[in-house]
Write a protein that binds this ligand. Structure first.
Ligand SMILES: [Zn+2]
Length: 355
C-alpha cells in the first residue's frame, strides 16, 4: 500500500488541463478486497503466506540488467521515477515491486510444497504489462512471469500455463514466453483496450514457442456469457491439450461491470463460475495447482466482491456475505453470449489445434 503512484487525473500526470487527484492505480481496491475478506470471516480461515522480496537473480531471469539498474536508481531518488509507459512510482517502489514479485514466488512455493492447495497473491504493483526492458501500464516487474521462471528453472516444472483474465492484454507475459514452448500463455481481454495495438489473435508466439500464445480479444461490452463460452470452448480445451504442471491466473478484476478502465460486464458470480471451471481442469491435470496473482481492477466498491467470490471458490468456503451488486449487474442487457462474440470465439477455437 506504500507504493506511491502520485497525483494524477486517472492516468494523466499533473500538468494536463484537468485537475489531478488519485491515480487510477491506488491502494484502494486492494485494501478493500482485503478488508472484505476479513469482514466476511474468510481471511482467518485461510493459510497466510508471507511474501519475501524477489532476489536480483530471480528478477534477472525475466528483466534486463539495464532496466533493473535504472529502476533501482530512480527508486532511491526522493522524486521517484517512471518505469515506462504510464508507470509512475515514488521513492522505495523498487523494493516494493521486488516484494510484489516475491509474493507470487512465495505463493508458488507454498503450492508446490503442498502447504496450500492453491493460492492468491494479493500483491501490488501489478505485473502483466511489464516487459523485460521496460515497465508499462502501472506494472514495474513482471510478477507472474518471474514466478513462472522460478517454477520452471528453480523448481524444475516442465510446463506452466497462464490464463490472464484482466481486461487488458497480458503483453508482458506474452513477450517473456514468446519463444518458449514450456509456457502456454492465454490472455482474454477487451479488444485493443491497452496496450494500444496489442493482443491480436494472430499473435501466436514465435520460434519454438509458435502456437503457445493464445489471445482472445473479446469485443467491448462482453458479459458473463462471452467469458464462460471462451473458457468452455478455448481456455479449458487448450489447458487439457497442453497439460500444465501449474496454472497461473494473472487476475485483474477490471473486466467487471462499472470498472473505469474497461468496458465489459463481468460480475461476482461470473468470476466464481470461471474459477470453478479452472479448478475442475486443474484437478484433472495438476493436482488442483492454481496460483492467482492480482493485477488490475479499479472500481473500489465492486472489486472486493469479485475477489471474495474467487476466494470462496478457491477455498471451498462460502461465507454469509451476499454480493449487493448482483441484482444490478446480472440484469444488464447483453450478459448472454452475443452472435458477434460467438463468431470471435469460434475463430479462437482453431488456435487450439496447434497445441
Ligand atoms: Zn488491467
Amino acid at each position: 500500500m506504500w507504493h506511491d503512484t502520485g497525483t494524477h487525473a486517472g492516468v494523466l500526470p499533473a500538468g494536463n488541463p484537468i485537475q489531478p487527484g488519485t491515480h487510477a492505480e491506488s491502494p484502494e481496491t486492494k485494501r478493500r478486497f482485503k478488508n472484505l475478506l476479513e469482514v466476511s470471516g474468510l481471511y482467518e480461515q485461510l493459510l497466510q503466506i508471507a511474501p519475501r522480496p524477489a532476489t536480483d537473480e530471480e528478477i534477472l531471469r525475466v528483466h534486463t540488467p539495464d532496466y533493473i539498474d535504472r529502476l533501482k536508481a530512480e527508486s532511491a531518488s526522493p522524486r521517484g521515477g517512471d518505469g515506462g509507459m504510464l508507470t509512475p512510482f515514488g521513492p522505495g517502489s523498487y523494493e516494493i515491486a521486488a516484494l510484489s514479485a516475491g509474493g507470487v514466488i512465495a505463493a508458488v512455493d507454498a503450492v508446490l510444497d503442498g502447504k496450500a492447495d492453491n493460492a492468491y497473491a494479493l500483491v501490488r504493483p501489478p505485473g502483466h504489462h511489464a516487459e523485460p526492458d521496460m515497465g508499462m501500464g502501472f506494472c514495474l516487474l513482471a510478477n507472474a512471469a518471474i514466478a513462472g521462471r522460478h517454477a520452471l528453472e528453480a523448481r524444475g516444472l516442465e510446463r506452466i500455463a497462464y490464463v490472464d483474465w484482466d481486461v487488458h492484454h497480458g503483453n508482458g507475459t506474452q513477450k517473456v514466453f514468446w519463444e518458449d514452448p514450456q509456457a502456454l500463455t492465454i490472455s482474454i481481454h477487451q479488444d485493443r483496450n491497452f496496450p494500444p495495438d496489442s493482443g491480436f489473435m494472430s499473435d501466436i508466439g514465435g520460434g519454438a514457442g509458435e502456437g503457445y500464445n493464445i489471445n482472445v480479444p473479446l469485443p467491448a461490452g462482453s458479459g458473463v456469457g462471452a467469458y464462460e463460452a471462451t473458457f468452455e470452448r478455448v481456455v479449458l480445451p487448450a489447458l487439457r491439450a497442453f497439460k500444465p504442471d501449474l496454472i497461473f491466473v494473472p487476475s485483474g478484476f477490471d473486466a467487471g461491470a462499472h470498472d473505469p478502465l474497461g468496458r465489459m460486464m463481468m460480475h461476482g458470480e461470473g468470476y466464481r463460475s470461471l474459477t470453478n471451471k479452472l479448478l475442475t481442469v486443474a484437478d484433472e491435470l495438476c493436482d488442483g495447482r492454481i496460483v492467482m496473482s492480482h493485477e488490475g481492477g479499479y472500481n473500489a466498491p465492486t472489486v472486493p466482491f469479485f475477489g471474495l467470490a474467487v476466494m470462496e471458490a478457491l477455498s471451498g468456503i462460502k461465507t454469509e456475505v451476499e454480493d449487493p451488486f448482483m441484482p444490478l449487474f446480472s440484469g444488464m442487457g447483453g450478459q448472454e453470449l452475443q452472435p458477434h462474440q460467438e463468431q470471435l470465439i469460434s475463430e479462437a477455437e482453431r488456435l487450439i489445434e496447434r497445441l
